[in-house]
Structures are given as structure tokens and as C-alpha cells.
Design a protein around this ligand. Structure first.
Ligand SMILES: Nc1ncnc2c1ncn2[C@@H]1O[C@H](COP(=O)(O)OP(=O)(O)OP(=O)(O)O)[C@@H](O)[C@H]1O
Ligand SMILES: O=C(O)C1=C[C@@H](O)[C@@H](O)[C@H](O)C1
Ligand SMILES: [Mg+2]
Length: 188
């Protein structure tokens, strides 16, 4: 028997670096719309049963990235609400393909952009962020410089979040979604 054709797709996918506010804006958008949130970091944590930092330390970043790739593909295939990606998820070529396919069906991928000056107080640099050990400010900027072209290439919409409240950003996303077709297989 052939696999069933998926008839739904996420309303929106949120991407961006640590501190961009993906999880926070996803929750604000959920409050505005009633849509449910799927956070791929949470999916990986649930699958393994330990926090992201412990996965990095015990099993290595590559293992985390393998699990993340699977989690993103599943979320985009199955979830019909808001998908918040982990900060580095877009680096995987397979994930870039998944997002390009989703966008080609009318899907909206938002790059939540943020400068170091605004990300630093948000991230706090005292929480567990395995990629920002040592000199967190320099690490964050280096990571953002390397990733910016990727965030820009996967995104269909970029929103600068500096100095903007989460509910304003959620409202801007909602305004952009209004008028956009709901992405389904039928749009393919
Ligand atoms: N627009 C905003 N203005 C001020 N603070 C914000 C904003 N968005 C998020 N924050 C704060 O920044 C911190 C990080 O936000 P969040 O966890 O949503 O980021 P993220 O993009 O999901 O990061 P990660 O890649 O680590 O999952 C939180 O404490 C949150 O309250
Ligand atoms: O930017 C990154 O590479 C990461 C961001 C977080 O969301 C987690 O996925 C993890 O800490 C790695
Ligand atoms: Mg997050």
C-alpha cells in the first residue's frame, strides 16, 4: 500500500541563532492563533531523555545533529502548527532540502534576525549552551557570521527582532501569513 500523502504542513517554521527568540516567538504566535508549537530541540531531548548539553557532552555534536535532522524532517512532515528549529538545524543539507521543498509548496520560513548587542542579554550566557563555551560573545558572533548566509537562503521572510517585543514579532508574522496560502501537498 502506498504511503498516505500528507495533507497538512506547518503554518510557519522559525529559524535563527540562539537568542533570536524562536521558542519565545513561537509561544507568542501560539497564544495569538491557538496553533500548537513543535520545537525540534524539545523533540530531540524527548527522544533521548536527556538535555541538549548532555547529548553534546556524552555523545558528541555530530550525534546531536543526526538526531536533529531526523526531528526536523518529522516535524515538517507531520506538524500542522508552528515549528521552532534549533539554532543550528539549518546547517544540515538535508534540512535545507526539506525547507526548500516546504517553501516551494507555499510554506513560510522566518529568519528571526538579531544582533549580538541584543542577543547577549537575552541569551544571558549563563544558561547551558554547549556551543557558546569559553568567550560566549565572540563565539556567538563567529557562529552568526558563518550561518547568516544559510539563514538567509532558507528563509522566505526575515524579521529583525532587535528592540522588539515578542508579541510584536508574532503579530508581524501573522500579518505576513494572512493572504499566504496554507501550505499543503495540493500546492505542490
Ligand atoms: N524579542 C525579544 N525581546 C527580548 N527578549 C527576548 C525576545 N525574544 C526572546 N527573548 C528572550 O531571549 C531568551 C532566548 O529566547 P529563546 O529561547 O526563545 O531563543 P531561541 O531562538 O529559541 O534560542 P535557541 O536556539 O537556544 O533555542 C529568552 O530568555 C527570551 O525570554
Ligand atoms: O545554535 C546551535 O547550534 C544550537 C542551538 C540550540 O537551539 C540547540 O539546538 C543546540 O544548543 C545547538
Ligand atoms: Mg529555542
Amino acid at each position: 500500500m502506498p504511503a498516505p500523502t500528507p495533507s497538512t504542513a506547518p503554518r510557519v517554521v522559525l529559524a535563527g541563532p540562539p537568542g533570536a527568540g524562536k521558542s519565545t516567538v513561537a509561544a507568542a504566535l501560539a497564544r495569538l492563533t491557538g496553533w500548537t508549537v513543535r520545537d525540534t530541540d524539545d523533540d530531540v531531548v524527548a527522544a533521548v531523555g536527556k538535555p541538549v548539553t548532555e547529548i553534546f557532552v556524552d555523545d558528541g555534536e555530530q550525534h546531536f545533529r543526526d538526531l536533529e535532522r531526523t526531528a526536523v524532517a518529522a516535524a515538517v512532515a507531520e506538524h500542522d502548527g508552528i515549528v521552532a528549529l534549533g539554532g543550528g538545524a539549518v546547517l544540515a543539507p538535508e534540512t535545507q532540502t526539506v525547507l526548500a521543498d516546504y517553501a516551494s509548496r507555499g510554506g513560510v520560513v522566518v529568519f528571526l534576525d538579531v544582533s549580538l548587542a541584543h542577543a547577549a542579554p537575552r541569551v544571558g550566557f549563563n544558561r547551558s549552551r554547549p556551543l557558546l563555551l569559553g568567550n560566549p560573545r565572540a563565539q556567538w558572533q563567529q557562529l552568526m557570521d558563518a550561518r547568516r548566509p544559510v539563514y538567509e537562503s532558507v528563509a522566505t521572510l526575515r524579521i529583525i527582532t532587535d528592540g522588539r517585543a515578542q508579541h510584536e514579532i508574532a503579530r508581524e508574522i501573522l500579518d505576513a501569513l494572512e493572504g499566504a496560502p496554507t501550505p499543503t501537498e495540493e500546492n505542490a
